[in-house]
Design a protein around this ligand. Structure first.
Ligand SMILES: Nc1ncnc2c1ncn2[C@@H]1O[C@H](COP(=O)(O)OP(=O)(O)OP(=O)(O)O)[C@@H](O)[C@H]1O
Ligand SMILES: [Mg+2]
Length: 245
């Protein structure tokens, strides 16, 4: 059974330009995210990756250009876990449901929270507080909170930052699992080469406020393009100026 189906975009980023003060962080950036795809956005620190995600989910306004979303159900996993320290895991995950006047009963909320905790491998942890969790567990609580409303697209900002390579692998496996089980699309911002290696997908490399290179994760490791070479070697000196001297 192979019916060729043209993928539909779920997000269209059109000619986005964003300034902070006089600094142009994004300059006429355009790309699409297709249904069910996981798109990687990479680039050195300060190249506007987090800003781009915030523009996609509406937390920032562009100076020009637009973001066309084909869904209202969008979830964001922030850089850092952004959990409420005074609340236990259950209340952290339930937070978006409790603070939006939904028609859900307490029983339905409980059912949803426990289901999402199971999906991220945290069944039975609902009474723990954030300070009782490891870094990787906190990230997964953040994932559960983000998916509580069954988003069609999930934006992940550096989901493995601060985690060791093994836990990072576990996190990537959960991202791929959620992608699959929720039938969602994802945009994943990272500069972690091990993460990129584990994911087979389209990649956008941001540099100097623009898309400097586009290809697949496999090509990133093989392409003789000077930018991809510098990125995979983590070289300070190269065509991309990392540290302004
Ligand atoms: N709210 C803001 N006000 C002013 N400047 C900002 C704001 N948010 C981001 N910037 C600046 O915009 C640039 C891009 O920031 P952004 O956080 O998007 O980069 P990034 O690629 O996510 O970096 P990192 O890899 O370190 O997370 C930086 O120079 C940053 O200082
Ligand atoms: Mg960032």
């Amino acid at each position: 059974m192979s019916i060729e189906k043209k993928p539909e975009p779920i997000v269209e980023v059109r000619n986005l330009t964003k300034y902070f003060g006089k600094k142009k962080v994004l300059d006429n950036v355009s790309f699409k995210v297709f249904q069910n795809e996981l798109l990687l956005i990479i680039g050195f620190s300060g190249t506007g990756k987090s800003t781009l995600l915030k523009l996609i989910c509406g937390l920032e306004e562009p100076d020009s250009g637009e973001v066309i979303l084909k869904t209202k159900h969008i979830g964001m996993v922030f850089q850092g876990s952004a959990l409420f320290d005074s609340m236990n895991v259950f209340d952290n995950v339930a937070f978006p449901l409790i603070n939006n006047p939904t028609k859900l009963t307490a029983g339905e909320i409980k059912e949803k929270v426990l289901e999402k905790l199971r999906l991220v491998g945290l069944a039975g942890m609902e009474n723990l507080r954030p300070d009782e969790l490891s870094g990787g567990m906190k990230k997964r609580v953040g994932f559960a909170r983000t998916i509580i409303n069954d988003p069609d697209i999930i934006l992940y900002d550096e989901p493995t930052s601060g985690l060791d390579p093994v836990v990072s692998n576990v996190i990537v496996d959960y991202i791929l699992k959620l992608q699959h089980e929720l039938n969602a699309s994802s945009v994943l911002v990272t500069h972690n080469l091990n993460v990129i290696k584990k994911i087979s997908s389209r990649v956008i490399l941001l540099y100097d406020s623009k898309i400097a290179w586009e290809g697949t994760s496999q090509e990133l490791f093989t392409a003789e393009h000077p930018y991809t070479k510098q990125f995979r070697e983590g070289a300070v000196h190269g065509p991309m100026v990392v540290i302004k001297e």
